[in-house]
Design a protein around this ligand. Sequence first.
Ligand SMILES: [Ca+2]
Ligand SMILES: [Ca+2]
Length: 481
Amino acid sequence: MSPITTRKFHRILLPIFGFLTLGMSAQYFTEKPRVFVLTDIENEPDDAQSLVRFLTYSNMWDIEGIVATTSCWQRDKTAEWRIHEIVDAYGKVRENLMVHEQGYPTYEHLKSIIKIGVPKFGMTGVGEGQDSEGSEWLIKVLEKDDDRPVYIQAWGGANVLAQALWKMRRTKSLSELNEIIKKMRVYTISDQDDSGPWIRNTFPGIFYVVSPGYEENGGGQYHYATWSGISGDKFHGRFNGPDFTIVDNPWLDEHIRKDHGPLGAEHPHTEYLMEGDTPSFLGLVNNGLSSPENPNYGSWGGRYELYIPQYKKYMYEPELRPIWTNAQDEVYSEHTQMTHTSNHATIWRWREAYQHDFAARIDWSNTSKYSDANHPPVAKLNHENELLVRSGDTVTLSGQASTDPDGDELSYEWIAYKEVGTLNIGRRNSIELKNANTHSVSFTAPTTDKVGTIHFILRVTDSGSPSLTRYQRVIVNVIPK
Ligand SMILES: [Ca+2]
Ligand SMILES: [Ca+2]
């Protein structure tokens, strides 16, 4: 049978099921997200690596600030000079990038928003007399007459953000402050100083994504943090989930750093792990998978659920309110031919796609000829992103309308993202997708006695080099028969 559209069911069922908010989730990126970065760049090479990747996606966002900060690894200095160096390399390749996709910010704009944070560690840099160029700039950005959320990422310590909040609490009315807090979306890479926990517990209304805790004296917290799935998880001996080779130095040398132009050449050799800070912005890549307002939906940047995590010895202080934090996915790995369950898997399950995507964008930066590089396919559904069906219905999902700007051949995969929806489709109730590797699949809607959702991901991959992947998410609402 043909796909059932929400519109049709709206008409029939909305009077009965008026509480369903159908059709809301289709447009995840109706406008460019506003982005603000805090980076302890130069504490080790990985922030510089992340900044290279970040700039290749800069056409997807309105980047409003890049601030050099401290962290537990770099306590009394900042390294804005390195941000300038990498943005200078971007300036040399921007015209090339524009051949391949529109919307890249000008060199001059990016140079104008590089700012300096306080050269002090954590909360010693928060309070009277601790304003910095970076914290003052962040306040200006948050005060702008612009209702879009501001995605603030801490790749190191968060004390520039803490200082901005500390000051606004003194200078603004409570209602003004609350309006600003409503716009904030914070993602920090663990707690690289003591200011993150202070922010969370002092301003409980802030939308905050983090694997809480610090790493000190080899204490090992980073091993538990979700972000380490970007390039980690090679520590489990034969139980390795992901393929490490595509995040290791030889691969990066070949596809990013060597003979790939001035921007790729700024991607330094990895010391520990590749790009530990990158998960803070991968969820903002507009690839059809991400839904930045719903960290529990999962994206290249991982999946996070909203709850109060238990206190652990590697946390600065107990968490007092729900935060978006570690969640597990069960993922079958082609690499090990085994199933792995972990929070890291919520990132590494997409590893090949995000690595290939980065490599293609570095290719763009190195050629002014469109046909010299690959471009991602356009994943397109033959129906809406949200459907309403009854238990027992045969449901057909189709991505047949997908195309590729290079005329590449496309391959398809449909995945039931079982950790995300509200219906239990785990091992006992598993959904059998017929022909999961074709553009159109069908399944029988499971039996349920209450309304629930199933998330399906269409993965469309092209035959170009490197192969590139885009997605569509379909949320199927199942109602009892
Ligand atoms: Ca960092
Ligand atoms: Ca292509």
